[in-house]
Design a protein around this ligand. Structure first.
Ligand SMILES: [Zn+2]
Ligand SMILES: [Zn+2]
Length: 129
């Protein structure tokens, strides 16, 4: 049993490492692919289990793009938005915020947050259309 726990810890650390190094939100498949570089033989079930654990520890947060499976990124990143590529399905992180807060809301309403998702084609998919 001790060996099993140790193995899980190693796998979970590898997945944390993947998130720390990630330049954009990752799907479970992308997490698996990258975790395999650190831990040979790691499986999809372990990745899903680790994602659930890291979510409940608030180490990562989901990035939900309508029509796409959830992606995940480190929690607590600076305010930013995402670009979803309709070609390859990858989701990219955008710097800054295009929303200036000037949208009128009904009288008595208070805005406490917003989401902006840009859709398009990434540089890689641009030529492949
Ligand atoms: Zn693309
Ligand atoms: Zn914003």
């Amino acid at each position: 049993m001790a060996a099993g726990v140790q193995r899980n810890t190693k796998q979970r650390r590898a997945i944390q490492e993947v998130f720390r190094a990630a330049e954009r939100p990752l799907s479970p498949e992308e997490i698996l692919e990258r975790a395999r570089v650190h831990v040979k033989g790691i499986g999809q079930a372990t990745v899903y289990r680790s994602i659930a654990g890291l979510l409940s520890d608030q180490f990562i947060v989901p990035v939900d793009i309508p029509g796409h499976p959830s992606r995940y990124e480190l929690a607590g990143l600076k305010h930013h938005h995402h670009f979803a590529c309709m070609g390859c399905g990858r989701v990219f992180e955008l710097e800054g915020c295009p929303y200036n807060g000037e949208t009128d809301v009904p009288r008595g309403f208070t805005v406490t947050g917003h989401e902006v998702i840009l859709y398009g084609r990434c540089d890689h998919c641009q030529g492949a259309a």
